[in-house]
Write a protein that binds this ligand. Sequence first.
Ligand code: GLV
Ligand code: MN
Ligand code: MN
Length: 412
Amino acid sequence: MTLNVQSVRLEKELADLAIISAIPAPAVERIVFSEHDLHARAWLKQLCADAGLDVREDAVGNTFIRWQGTSPELPAIATGSHIDAIPHSGRFDGTVGVLGGLEAIRALKESGFRPKRSIELIHFTSEEPTRFGIGCLGSRLMSGALDPACDTTFRDNEGRTLREVRTSAGFTGDLSSTRLPVGHYAGFVELHIEQGPLLEKRGVPIGIVTAIAAPASLRILVEGEGGHAGAVLMPTRHDAFLAAAEIALALEAAARSTGAIDSVATTGVCEVFPGLVNSVPSRAKLEADIRDIDGSRRDGMIASLETACAEVAARRGVRVTIEVVNRDAPATCDPAIVETAAEVCRANDIPCDLMVSRAYHDSLFMARICPTSMIFIPCRNGVSHRPDEYSSPDAIATGTRVLAETLARLAS
Ligand code: GLV
Ligand code: MN
Ligand code: MN
């Protein structure tokens, strides 16, 4: 297939999107339904309209950009990713899958190829958990993994419900309407930067994903006793922060002790109340992220954490409450899609490796409703979720080409 992936056009679009951000370059921040997210959405829809594609949005803002096939009654083949970005992140996470997906469709169109099945590019709402505390909001709803009642139970930091926020962003309708049945799509392939160092280290330009790790996220509230930093004597203290610190260290120990390199745990949030230099902390809130390729080993880390919380609570005379925000199963990718992508690589003399994804993606939930896999490209030093995240124009163009040909084969 003679495909002309226009790398210069794609790079310019990635650069244009990167500056639609709440913070100055090279850092990026685009929180779902913020002014910048809405600006980026409008910009993306215009690009898609310019490419002659139809655009539909659902009640939570998932956006479906369709290139009609010659047999539009058949389930479509889909690709896509996200454009929301966590604070202080970079410009490639998610955006490569959305803009690379668009470029793949444009390159196929411009080559004269006509798909039998329609090809859809999906821009998923809030893959990142920043605003509502849970990742993959759009794809969870789409796959039925999340109760639509979250519309009124999920609140952002300002106390606004998901319903209030999405309605003021222009997305109305019942959240239950976002659900898509199994079989709605014939397949889904997501292009993404690896967010890890393996491809770069091995000098391999393409990774094809066979499984996605099982993520869990927990909120841990520690309630102790506050007081005067000078007057409360050490033997009588019930310092909530010190208990929280022990819990965070216990979680690290739980992840290190499984013996598996795939076990990871992070305490990324610690809020201390009242947060004053001369006041003993009376409350601390932790947020922890725990992942493994093996779901039962991940659950083992959660169990160790629960034991540590009980032990610390008893010893330090504090109260510890654990809320499980999500505890997702790992996903297995579809062998036929993996093989199709591998065939595309072989046909183009592009080396590729099969690998697992340690990051989560909307593919984790798409895998529940259709055959799914992902195409990874290297990123410099494996860095992601940082402003210095970088993937070269060549790496992105190669990934886009493999994506385009994989979509073409799946849609034929
Ligand atoms: C996605 O951003 C993740 O945290 O894996
Ligand atoms: Mn991310
Ligand atoms: Mn991502």
